[in-house]
Write a protein that binds this ligand. Sequence first.
Ligand code: F6R
Length: 612
Amino acid sequence: MCGIVGYIGPKDTLPILIEGLKRLEYRGYDSAGIALSINGEILVRKKAGKVADLVADLKKSNELPHAHLGMGHTRWATHGEPNDINAHPHVDCQGEIAVIHNGIIENYLAIKTRLKQRGHVFQSETDTEILAHLIEEIYKTKKDLFAAVRLALREVRGTYGLVVLSSHEPDKLIAARMGSPLILGLGDGEGFVAADAAAIIAHTRQVVYLNDGEVAEVTARGFETKTIYDVSIDKAIEEITFDLSQIERGGYEHFMMKEIHEQPETIRNAMRGRLLVEEGNVRLGGLDHVRDKLLGARRVIIIGCGTSWHAGLVGEYMLEHIAKVPTEVEYASEFRYRSPVITNNDVVFLISQSGETADTLAALREAKAKGATVLGIVNVVGSSIARESQGGVYVHAGPEIGVASTKAFTSQLTTLALITLMIAREKGMKKEEAVVLTRELDAIPGKVSQIFTNVEPIRALAREFRDSKNFLFLGRGANFPVALEGALKLKEISYIHAEGYPAAEMKHGPIALIDEKMPVVFVVPKDSIYEKVISNIQEVRARKGRIIAIANEDDHEINSMADYVIRVPRTYGFFGPILNVIPLQLLAYYMAVERGCNVDQPRNLAKSVTVE
Ligand code: F6R
């Protein structure tokens, strides 16, 4: 969601802000703005649209001012439409205090009304603007920006990652966090603030993660951190683990395509040092200390949103079938408001690529408060879910920039397979049986690479179906979630309406949609329920639907039943989803390209959904 970058130091600030904002574009946004501190004044420029539009405006007006203190923001609209006025930064009445903000101030109306009565004049419809005025009001008597921000934040309810600068104190940035991630970056005689490390990795790898309720004063010399209630905090300096090349396109036209092609490597990374192939075992250090809890659990609950939720669904099939662990999967957004019955015999896995999804984080807190053991399956190192979990496993997919999640999904599936095998072995699965599975898992990266050797039929499909209005994706068993994921990928980046269904459910309703124009994608590997899916294919054929089958290489029967066949290598049934989803990612990608859509930044979507 919204992006934040701030800088103080000897370098020219504007290029650092613009570069930082561009690196945050992937998070999703609809307007952009900057504030620079120049000769005792604050210059604010903001614009609806892309960062490039803001830069074009600055260039047009011959305005590329030099400064040594400034901040930039990309806004994903919540309160007020995405226009120039509602874009951040927002300033106080005198234009002396500027604020950028991620999150939502829930009691902004009450504060706005009170401040209006005291004569404050507001320009925008946003909740954020009240922060600038509230700080202004307090600063009049306090004359200390750091203290004024802390006092102001005691009055607000909601979520924020925010940065404040003021012409009164042009040697500092004030940063604060409650529910929206914010990091400080420490350079040589310079300081940074950012919503995520991508914005500043080109300049520094030394970072400090702010926690909820913390406020920092950042100067060129260093930083100081206090809680909003004035308690000083010592913060650890940490090192960013990825490098610049990982957040660049590396010769691909889109991040999504780059990330799809990284999957042999990212799946391998998820297994590296963990999968003991010839021992038929798995080592997961992040779960060692909760081993007894995990093995003694009454049930496992997997919680996530979107694609991560789909991964959880596949995990349910794996855990129940292979490890015989009773498992439930929940949408984070439903779990948190459902008064779930949780005991300390439950183990809850929170799956999240970003580790910052507001609903998933809230579900974690809910489950933890009720006594469950909460464990993360997270990609972003140091993210909120990773830090608040009692243990867990990083999926090690590296930074995922394309808004549509691809490599994180297959790494989540791989990690779930590892967890399943580890539990199964602990519960008595025989080594010989396990070795068959660990070898299968070990072979997956090579099989993913094999899929990439023949993508032309998928590209041809995209050309053929580019004008379709609807798509149906069907699968059964562990491939039902793959159908859901195929539909989600297609709708989010190509804007074609798509539904995923368990193949046998189709006859209970969606079958009414089938006619000679309806493309129906069947995920139909040669597994134990192959024959059942074939029956469902026949039902669609009988109604003249156009059948696209994702099938195994050695499946010759399928040729006479499907109009189009995309081949994937065969593997053990419950690991099949890791392979079967790849052609669906590619199909969505090529469809979006054919239709001229913005693949990496689809409309309305945010990469990291930090509001409810
Ligand atoms: C879809 C997609 C989203 C995310 C969802 C959860 O391509 O990326 O559905 O999966 O917003 O995000 P994380 O995994 O970061 O919690």
